[in-house]
Design a protein around this ligand. Structure first.
Ligand SMILES: C[S@@+](CC[C@H](N)C(=O)[O-])C[C@H]1O[C@@H](n2cnc3c(N)ncnc32)[C@H](O)[C@@H]1O
Length: 252
């Protein structure tokens, strides 16, 4: 019988943050981008990011390393993937890919002020249990970015609740949710099904938090896909991901 993962007791962002056990980290690590629902988000992100040659990028909530390798594949000269989950960081470190480094973090990023050319955070903010915790995270990301740098926040589309996607389903219906409500997300990986306890946040919630720490939010996209690989699931109807394009303002 499949066991439900236990919750984190005293992580840096409160007792409500979900924790991945070893079997979850291994299963998540088996989840590729190509051919999965995540491909839609990462393809749109790749288009926005363009060629990253010569730049240093932060991957906030790197998990098993998939999103960090994605940045490296776009040419980033250095990728720093950070995560508060020990098991995920250990899993990511098994990759040993040159110019991709991982670190376990608490509330503060071990990164100098204004030292990164850009940052991404993919499928992370839905795991953050409060707007206060999202604000702390966002302020740290803002701090380490160079003026004028971009931050892309990719999260499950708030309108994706109840939709059946090829790779995941967020259980429930939006009428019964309010900001911060818990949402069960069932992810299908090649190894096994992983259940993650997420939170429901709206576009306004994300914008409030990002603007409060100084980001300018320039775009919010929810790309869909008509690819044959998604026939029979909902990727063509409601985009599985919301992508926010944010800028750290440059001084005049
Ligand atoms: C669903 S995984 C996504 C991993 C990776 N970004 C990807 O797209 O493959 C989310 C990761 O975010 C991490 N995470 C969630 N909240 C975090 C926080 N406040 N600080 C650091 N990491 C966090 C979790 O531990 C988990 O490894």
């Amino acid at each position: 019988m499949r066991q439900r993962p236990m919750r984190q007791q005293n992580g840096p962002h409160g007792s409500d943050a979900f924790t991945y056990l070893t079997q979850d980290a291994d299963a998540y690590g088996s989840l590729e981008i190509a051919g999965t629902s995540y491909e839609i988000g990462f393809d749109a992100l790749a288009e926005k990011l363009g060629d990253l040659t010569g730049t240093r990028w932060l991957d906030f909530g790197a998990g098993a390393g998939r999103s960090s390798l994605f940045l490296r594949s776009l040419g980033a000269t250095l990728v720093f993937g950070v995560d508060h989950n020990y098991t995920m960081v250990q899993r990511a470190k098994l990759q040993r890919v040159p110019k991709v480094a991982y670190a376990l973090i608490g509330q503060t990023l071990p990164v100098a002020n204004e030292s990164m050319d850009g940052a991404i955070s993919c499928s992370v903010y839905t795991e953050i249990p409060s707007k206060r915790a999202m604000t702390i995270v966002s302020a740290e990301i803002y701090r380490v970015l160079k003026p004028g740098a971009r931050f892309f926040l990719m999260a499950a589309n708030p309108k994706s609740i109840g939709r059946m996607y090829k790779s995941f389903t967020r259980i429930g219906s939006v009428e019964h949710l309010s900001s911060g409500s818990r949402v069960r997300c069932v992810i299908t990986t090649p190894e096994r099904v992983v259940e993650v306890e997420d939170h429901y946040w709206t576009l306004d919630d994300y914008q409030d938090v990002l603007q409060a720490v100084g980001f300018e939010v320039r775009a919010a996209d929810t790309p869909t896909s008509l690819k044959d690989s998604f026939v029979g699931t909902d990727e063509s109807i409601i985009g599985p991901f919301l992508i926010l394009t944010c800028f750290k303002e440059s001084p005049e």
